[in-house]
Write a protein that binds this ligand. Structure first.
Ligand SMILES: NC(=O)c1ccc[n+]([C@@H]2O[C@H](COP(=O)([O-])OP(=O)(O)OC[C@H]3O[C@@H](n4cnc5c(N)ncnc54)[C@H](OP(=O)(O)O)[C@@H]3O)[C@@H](O)[C@H]2O)c1
Length: 336
């Protein structure tokens, strides 16, 4: 079978497809025929050697993938042949709080999904909703769950409250969609004014183009009365405006601490002094969170936004396309 491996780190040339023996499931493992995968910002960071968790050399990349179970080990009880599954980002984090003993990640310290077949412990996978195509089903593990955790992890925003999403990447668009499911109002900031109509079509109540309104924080604060929850994917360039936009008792879930040049977010004392905003962090989420999110996705028959699909053989092109950054939703790689 064909399987991509990261044999060294530094650039896309290090990502190679290999013919490897077909794996066989151990007692507690399932063998998954992978039908599609998708890319997240962390996958380019892993490739470039800038991800905070050191990846294993030779690892199969990508946390996100969907496929069908084609074989199960003798002791497997959670799945049967034919089940449609996706992997859980922190494979060993089942529920409760994250701790250092369970930081292993698919596509980083554990083999991920960019392969014709993937061998997973049965505890590392969850069942998929029936209404999703393989390509759609391959988009939820990282960006979907991160957005879900941002909205449900600490305090769930109330219907009518304002949620702010930044940019048009996977996390921002899932956050927009989930916030609308919860009855919230959504403000969206984009660097590309031409994306405004697509953000509105997804349900954004208010869209601000940061190129036209660089000081968008005060603009949004005045228009909304203050943002109740910011899903902060904008990083150092956006963070000062997010703080200004926030309501007195607002919350910011800070997902991007540094930009790709290594610049970190800065908290402006003069602004924060006048604010009671809570700044929180999270790391994607647990398997329990993934199951809860997929239950909501199934109930509402929610579909993810897919920007572009590449064939398995064009995986390097998919990485290059994703890395240039100007996407609207998820970049998907079809199964081999
Ligand atoms: N802590 C966690 O658990 C966690 C989990 C997942 C992701 N994250 C972080 O969340 C962030 C979002 O990740 P993502 O995968 O959803 O999206 P992404 O690919 O990092 O963001 C893409 C979007 O960012 C905007 N953008 C900002 N600067 C840009 C530039 N210089 N060139 C092109 N586009 C630019 C664009 O939206 P517009 O054109 O609309 O401006 C683009 O659509 C990342 O920083 C990621 O590391 C954190």
């Amino acid at each position: 079978m064909q399987s991509y491996r990261l044999e060294e780190f530094g650039d896309i040339g290090k990502l190679v497809a290999r013919e490897v023996p077909m794996p066989e499931p151990g007692a507690n493992q399932i063998l998954v025929r992978v039908r599609a995968t998708s890319l997240n910002r962390r996958d380019t960071m892993i490739l470039n050697g800038t991800y905070p968790l050191a990846p294993r050399t030779g690892t199969v990349p990508l946390s996100d993938g969907a496929g069908e179970v084609v074989a199960v080990g003798d002791d497997v009880t959670r799945f049967a042949v034919g089940d449609r599954v996706t992997g859980s980002y922190f494979a060993r984090w089942i529920d409760g709080r994250m701790h250092p003993g369970i930081i292993d990640q698919l596509g980083c310290t554990l083999d991920g999904m960019l392969s014709e077949y993937a061998l997973l412990d049965e505890q590392w996978a969850v069942r998929l909703p029936d209404h999703l195509s393989w390509q759609e089903a391959a988009t939820f593990t990282c960006a979907g769950l991160t957005a879900w955790s941002a909205l449900t992890g600490a305090e769930i925003p109330k219907p009518g409250q304002w949620v702010l999403v930044i940019g048009s990447g996977g996390v921002a668009l899932f956050a927009l969609q989930f916030a609308k499911l919860m009855g919230c109002r959504v403000a969206a900031v984009t660097s590309r004014a031409e994306k405004a109509d697509r953000l509105r079509a997804l349900g954004a109540d208010l869209v601000v183009a940061s190129a036209e309104t660089p000081e968008w924080g005060m603009n949004l604060r005045e228009a909304t009365g203050g943002i109740d929850l910011v899903v902060e994917t904008g990083g150092p360039a956006a963070f000062p405006q997010s703080l200004i936009a926030s309501a007195l008792y607002g919350r910011i879930v800070l997902l991007t601490v540094q930009d790709k040049n290594g610049k970190s977010i800065e908290i402006q004392g003069a602004v924060y002094q006048r604010s009671l905003v809570t700044i929180g962090r999270l790391f994607v989420g647990s398997r329990g969170g993934l199951e809860a999110m997929l239950a909501a996705v199934a109930t509402h028959r929610l579909k993810p936004v897919i920007d572009k699909v590449f064939p398995f053989a064009k995986t390097r092109e998919a990485y290059r396309y994703f890395e240039q950054g100007d996407v609207f939703g998820k970049v998907v790689i079809d199964g081999a």
